[in-house]
Design a protein around this ligand. Structure first.
Ligand SMILES: Nc1ncnc2c1ncn2[C@@H]1O[C@H](COP(=O)(O)OP(=O)(O)O)[C@@H](O)[C@H]1O
Ligand SMILES: [Mg+2]
Length: 314
């Protein structure tokens, strides 16, 4: 059942004469992770703040499960939690103490708090740190505690505003893994990011925004198929040297556009047709008994789409 719905109807936010968000229409539903992708200043935080009633729209509506956030905040947000920008946690508190406070604020009965806290801390892989002071934690660990706090009360809809922002590469990777694992529990996650590779890695769908306007929304593959102007490409590596006649053989595989030699044991294959085609080409190459030992596709198409769409709004 599609119970989780986030919907924006003609959502507009003006700061004086400046339009930060312009007629945003978006309908997200189901159990998945949707990336809200756009460069700095695109209007991502503005949107997420409207959805949590931290700011009011100039016009339009923000609905969660069909309920208007501005009209009936408590009911609309009863099954939703959010992490907007990067909140600080009191450094002298332990993880357990910080989360107890959140649980109390959310009205979780005292008798259930302990077990809930242990559960959410396990979800963010911080069980070993439950009774340690937050003050000594790395930024990535603090952010995992922040994510744990959004899980208190087991909401089905979670809004995350650039959750990896300001983290080192390891912290980013850990937070991304956790966001990916959150999907397992039938949740709708709406995560903003200015990082294309992050959205491609973590999300099932992408909503692209720039200058307050929605540029495109859909499954990652569909968006790249629709807006990309370049072909997919992949690098294939072989255990033995590849000669010209084999190049020609590879170029006859369905959907292959060109085959270019990188060195004696590797070639770059350009192709059309997305993932399905990639799967077919890989299987065909393996079947040709050429000693295939590696096949790595590069995701230039999504980047191309992003750059194309953003260029248009400049
Ligand atoms: N309180 C405010 N007053 C004036 N302008 C603002 C305010 N908050 C945000 N903005 C402007 O609105 C635009 C969108 O901001 P924001 O939603 O924070 O973008 P993002 O989160 O995508 O980086 C930016 O140009 C920003 O400078
Ligand atoms: Mg922001």
């Amino acid at each position: 059942m599609d119970d989780n719905v986030i919907e924006a109807i003609n959502l507009t936010k003006k700061y004086g004469s400046f339009t930060a968000l312009s007629n945003l229409n978006l309908n997200l539903s189901g159990s998945k992770c949707v990336g809200f992708l756009g460069p700095n200043g695109a209007g991502k935080t503005t949107t997420l703040k409207i959805f949590t009633d931290l700011i009011r729209p100039t016009s339009g509506q923000a609905l969660i499960n069909g309920i208007d956030v501005q009209r009936n905040k408590k009911k609309a947000l009863s099954d939703c939690s959010a992490l907007i920008e990067t909140p600080e946690i009191y450094p002298s508190m332990t993880v357990r103490e910080a989360l107890s406070l959140v649980a109390e604020l959310r009205g979780i009965p005292r008798s259930e708090r302990g077990s809930q806290i242990e559960e959410v801390v396990a979800e963010v892989k911080m069980t070993d740190w439950l009774d340690k002071n937050v003050g000594k934690f790395s930024k990535g660990m603090k952010q995992r505690v922040n994510i744990a706090s959004t899980l208190i009360g087991n909401p089905s809809i979670i809004l995350l505003d650039e959750p990896t922002s300001g983290l080192d590469p390891r912290g980013m990777a850990e937070v991304r893994d956790i966001v990916k694992s959150l999907k397992k529990k039938d949740r709708l996650i709406f995560m903003s990011s200015h990082l294309l590779n992050e959205v491609a890695d973590v999300c099932d769908e992408v909503a692209m925004i720039d200058h307050g306007k929605l540029l495109a929304y859909g499954p990652l593959e569909e968006i790249t198929d629709k807006f990309s102007t370049v072909d997919d490409s992949a690098e294939a590596q072989f255990s033995k040297p590849i000669d010209e006649s084999i190049n020609r053989q590879i170029s006859r595989i369905n959907n292959v556009v060109s085959v270019e030699r990188i060195d004696s044991r590797s070639v770059r294959i350009k192709y059309t047709g997305g993932l399905q085609s990639q799967e077919y080409i890989l299987a065909s190459l393996a079947g040709m008994q050429l000693g295939l030992i590696g096949f790595k596709s590069s995701s230039t198409r999504l980047e191309d789409t992003y750059l194309n769409l953003i260029k248009e709004t400049l």
